[in-house]
Structures are given as structure tokens and as C-alpha cells.
Design a protein around this ligand. Sequence first.
Ligand code: SF4
Length: 493
Amino acid sequence: MSDAVTSGKGLWTGSYYNEGHGGHDGLFDKLKEECGVFGVFGHPDAASLSYYGLHALQHRGQESAGICTADADNFHYFRGMGLVKEVFDQSNLPTLVGTSAIAHVRYSTAGESKLANAQPLVFKYREGDLAVATNGNLVNAGEIRQQLEKQGSIFQTTSDTEVVAHLIARSKHDDIVDAVKDALQQVIGAYAFLILTKDKLIAALDPNGLRPFAMGKLGDAYLFASESCAFDIVGGTYMRDLLPGELLVLDRNGLTEDRFTESQTRATCAMEYIYFARPDSDIDAINVHSARKRMGKRLASEAFVDADLVTGVPDSSTSAAIGFAEQTGIPYELGLIKNRYTGRTFIQPSQELREQGVKMKLSAVRKVVEGKRVVMIDDSIVRGTTSLRIVNLLREAGATEVHVRISSPPFQNPCFYGIDTPSRKDLIAAQKTIEEIRQAINADSLYFLTQEGLIDSIGRKDGVENGGFCTGCFDNRYVTYVNDSENAVGCGC
Ligand code: SF4
């Protein structure tokens, strides 16, 4: 039986002082990153490092943030709704003492925006205190939850993370590492887990390695993060990514490299390279910006079009646009500019403003595009509404032709592994032909990168099917059991 810890410093306070970003962004139709984790073992400033690490991972979740530290005697934790800089300040960060920490930023699907789900989740179990933070989604969490509830378990949250905490607490093993292995052997899905006790930090990656999870070092301290860019910000260095099915344990004996299961088909999320991850991150030692540039080059080889300039939809398509320009010799220009300061708005926009909504976030640069044939590179098309608005922005600014090139295959299927996607009926590529999509977004021409082109561009020579990448949202082939009747599954964090 797990109870939320109610003692110790830095209890979370329930300050709902803003509504956050929960749910789909009605103004900008993009897929949502879903959660980032950061961990530290063996550093006197574990909380401060976590704070900066979370800043670097802020793009993966803006709904809530939390840090839990451990010293020899106690856990200290604080969680709140909002951005990292809004949740933590001089009144709470210094209370988070200890040399180890786990930390989390969360994006939630609509309706789940509440502090109870903010992580790290902290529990008491028979062997002591336990804190858990995760990124991903368990496809069998609902079934396990039902079974546990029938057996008397009471859940405090709607998060998959709590399911794993219950499984750990109910394990027949007293040793925490054995209990974690036991729990993870029962769940199916995509996950990067960080588990903290007073004397151990455990990191584990799902058997297919679906979510990114990197290990780094800072002096003698060990760091873990959803993306390696979080190591740079604290002056750490990237060592390697966790292997599928791997379980790493840090305690007073140092690092123990272990496994909780045999590695299965590797299937790193291809969308991390295409869109989610920051360009300065390396995943499996492959730099994300460089991979995107190669996607742009490949796109140019597969679907050249004569034009006056190439522009990318900022920020995630800039790298691919540079690659397209390099390959073709067509100049790269800043035809579209992102307004970086829209952030949260306090009012719901009226329908009229919503119609124009994309202008709050993007502007076409008239002096650059006027009278020009433009190649517009974007990373994906989800519902198609944003693409139409951006093409129209360019046309209103005087572009004579707009040729759209997408640096991924058509996004036709929902994700079951922790990415918040609309249901199939709302995915334009699942409902229309390429020619119909071209007409719907008002483009002069439209081309999507082939799946082969995508995998070659990322460039990992795994020698396994699909290059060792998950491409389920493109080809409807998922590496685990999924319950497709649910159609779309958001983040289970
Ligand atoms: S289905 Fe798509 S978004 Fe989901 S893990 Fe696989 S590649 Fe990533």
C-alpha cells in the first residue's frame, strides 16, 4: 500500500496560479512533447543542477515541474503547476537539500492538468520512501490498475507512474532493485524511469528503447536526462544513452550496470529526431540538428523544385530547411519569424482572433518573400489547419508560389507511446490523399519524405529492421501490443 508522503520539508503547496498549457494548442496544431526527466547522483548541489536541467528540458513539458532530493535521512520535494521558473524560487529551492535528486517537467493531456499528477510522485512503502519520475506511456496500465484496485489498492493519481509504484510496493522482493525489476517486467510500453530512495538512484529504459534517455557525468557525479542538452547547461558531459531493457543502479558502491529484461527490437522514437528533441541534443550519439539537415538534403534529392528561396517553419524545421538549401543551392532565407513572447495568454481568444491565431505566433517577412517562389519546409502535418494558415501567411505577404516539403512521412496513425496525438479521424494524412492534402493546405506542390529516406537520414547503422526506429505513426506498425480501439493515447506520465 502506497501513501503520499506527508512529512518532510518542501511539501507541495497546491498553488494553481495559472492554467498552464494543457491540452492541444488550438492556435498551433503541433504534436506535443510529453514530459522530461532529470536525475543527479553524488553532487552537493543536486537540486540546483536539477533546476537548470529542467530548464533545458522545458520544451518537453510546460504543465508542471517538480524536484525531489534525498539526503541520508529524508526526502525533500516540491512540485507546482507552471514553468520551471514559475514553480521554483528562493523560498523553495534551498529547502531541497541532499546529494541525489530526480526531477520532472510534465505536459498533460486535456483534463488531467492537476497538481496531484505532477511528478516526481513520492510514496511510502514497507522498505522506506520512494520517489518516481517517468517519461512515456504504459499500454497495459489500465488493465494493471483495474487488477490492483480489485485487490484493494487505492490510487491517488491518474498517472501510469503510480501503477509502477504500486507494483514495486506489492513485489514479493524486499530488495528495491529486485522489486523494480519485478514491476517493470509486468508493464508494456515506452518509458524512461528514474526511481529514488534515500541511498539509491535507479534508471531504467523500456525493452524497446522507445523514449530517449541519456547518461552523463559532472566530475564524480552521475547525471540522467531525457535529452543530452540538459547536461550541457550544468557543465556536464554526455556519456551514452541507456540501452533497451537496461537498469542502472547508483549507490555508495558506485554504478552497477544491470538489466531487468532481455533487449527486444530496438525502436527509438523517430519523431524525437524529426521534431521533439532540441537540435543541440544527441540521441544515441547522433546530433539532432545534423540528422534534420540530412532529412532536408534527402528531401531535396527526392523532390527538387525550382524556387527563389527556401524557408523553414521555425524552430523545428530550420535545420531541415538549411539542408534543403545546401543540397539545391537555393538560398535559405528567414521567410517566417516566430514571435517568442506569446507564451501564456490570460484570455481565451475570440473566434475571430483564433482564426487569425497563427499570426500571434508566426509572421511572414514581406520584404523577403514578396514576388518570390518559396519552398516551405515543415517537419510534419497533423490536422493540416496550421499548414494552411502558414501557406496563406506566405501568400498574403506576396509569395508567388509556395511549395511545401515535409521532412517526415505522412503522419497517419496515433501514437501509443507517450506522444499526444489526435485520433485517426483528425489526422489529415489518414483521411486524404497527398493531392487532396495539397489542395487543403493551398500549396502549389507537396511532398513528404519517404520512410527509407527518413531512416537513412538519421543514419544509425543498426542493421535491424527500420534501422532500429519506431515508425508506428507513419506505417501503423508498433513494436508492442497496443489497444488500437483506444485510437489515441496521450502521455501516461
Ligand atoms: S508512434 Fe511515432 S511518435 Fe509514437 S513513439 Fe513511435 S515514432 Fe514516436
